[in-house]
Design a binder for this molecule. Structure first.
Ligand SMILES: Cc1cc2nc3c(=O)[nH]c(=O)nc-3n(C[C@H](O)[C@H](O)[C@H](O)COP(=O)(O)OP(=O)(O)OC[C@H]3O[C@@H](n4cnc5c(N)ncnc54)[C@H](O)[C@@H]3O)c2cc1C
Length: 371
């Protein structure tokens, strides 16, 4: 372990930690990243790769909008796939369409394009719809490639020091104690996702691990999906959508097993033609490793219904995990001088992480008005 004193040590090489390292290097700070695994392996490669900017509200929307510009720049600089396709959202019932209509009214045509049945079905290969919307400001990145490419670019092109296979054991002001020795820094950012409860249990009493069923499949479609696809289930998930109580009550009545599994049916097309399909949500203190086949069967049944009884060949299944806190989207704390804990406590870290980190680094090294 180096004896150098850094301006910033980041713990965790997921998108949130990498985002802090990126903004700190942009401002000329010396940076080290300490990661227990030998590569990026956490939630940041297990997700849909969906920057769902438009569906956020409040601080998450501000972070998402700021993050959008950084994603576009980083995709070019670090070299990973990014599509400015926007998000498509299918309405399969009048109550879903009513929520989208209200959302379109409140946000305006530039952000939300409401589509009637004919126009939606002409663009999106779902079996049927009563209408839908397109959110043109949303992005999609390659979830397997994006965070690893950013890490590699920061390490090999931007002068950040990476300490892989190095576990952080304890943190105190100015000092990070690791399995390979101690590293010192003026500032420390802890971005370890759900494992924050191991390093800072006093901050994490309300945090749970949320585990998700995910799969990647070849799906026989009449034509390609033009971008990430939301369904009515998505309307219950994101804080930007309002007036969802009646829809929630109907889904609870008609789909009790799906509501119990906290199903969120969404699909993102991948560059190789496969689709990522997810997801379910089970919240526990420590995540069980055992994934019920019931969860995967539910995803597959709903995908068949969405696309019209089509052939599906599953290529991969996996479990994703992120931290979850009821009623809050971020845990940002300074438990000791110069030590900042930054955790996204719901499934929006790819969308918000780059913008959130810019705001945190502003508190450490404000951008000079002349730069
Ligand atoms: C299935 C799934 C789908 C999702 N879909 C989306 C989506 O489409 N859009 C979106 O915006 N968000 C999505 N999310 C959420 C998003 O992926 C997360 O919010 C985000 O990746 C969190 O980033 P992170 O850097 O905090 O965590 P992680 O990527 O989990 O990184 C944390 C890192 O900290 C390391 N670490 C932990 N403890 C230590 C220690 N003691 N010492 C050293 N290193 C340590 C871990 O090894 C890990 O590499 C999804 C999440 C999942 C699981």
């Amino acid at each position: 372990m180096t004896s150098e004193q850094y301006d910033l040590v980041v713990v965790g090489a997921g998108i949130v930690g990498l985002a802090h390292a990126f903004h700190a290097r942009e401002r000329g700070l010396t940076v080290a990243v300490v990661e227990q695994n030998d590569r990026v392996l956490g939630a940041s490669i297990r997700n849909f790769g969906h920057a769902c900017v438009t569906a956020q509200s409040g601080p998450a929307l501000d972070y998402a909008r700021a993050g959008r510009e950084h994603w576009i720049r980083l995709a070019g600089a670090a070299g990973f796939g990014l599509r400015e396709s926007g998000t498509w959202c299918v309405a399969r019932s009048d109550d879903e369409l009513a929520i989208m209509t209200e959302f379109a009214r409140s946000r305006g045509d530039e952000q939300v394009r409401l589509l009637d049945r004919k126009r939606f079905l002409a663009q999106v290969p779902v079996a049927d719809a009563v209408g839908g919307m397109h959110l043109p400001g949303d992005l999609q990145v390659d979830p397997r490639a994006a965070a690893p490419a950013i890490a590699s670019w920061l390490e090999h092109r931007r002068g950040a020091d990476f300490h892989w296979r190095t576990a952080v054991l304890g943190i105190e002001p100015g000092r990070v104690r690791t399995s390979r020795g101690t590293v010192t820094a003026r500032h420390i950012v802890v971005a370890v996702n759900h494992d924050v409860d191991r390093l800072f249990p006093e901050l994490s009493a309300e945090l749970l691990r949320c585990r998700l069923h995910m799969l990647r499949a070849t799906v026989a479609l009449p034509r390609p999906l033009p971008g990430p696809l939301f369904t009515g289930w998505s309307l219950l998930r994101y804080s930007g959508f309002t007036g969802t109580e009646r829809l929630r009550a109907r889904l609870e009545r008609e789909y009790p097993a799906e509501v119990a599994a906290d199903l969120h049916l969404m699909v993102t097309p991948q560059a190789d033609g496969t689709l990522i399909v997810g997801d379910t949500h089970i919240r526990e203190v420590s995540e069980s490793p055992f994934q019920s086949e019931h969860g995967f069967a539910m995803l597959l049944d709903h995908t068949r219904e969405l696309f019209g009884g089509t052939d599906i060949e599953v290529v991969e299944r996996w479990q994703g995990v992120y931290s979850s806190a009821r009623g809050r989207e971020f845990l940002i704390a300074e438990p000791a001088p110069g030590v900042r804990v930054v955790t996204v406590t719901t499934g929006i870290g790819m969308t918000t992480g780059l913008g959130l980190a810019a705001a945190v680094i502003d508190g450490i090294a404000p951008v000079s008005p002349n730069s």
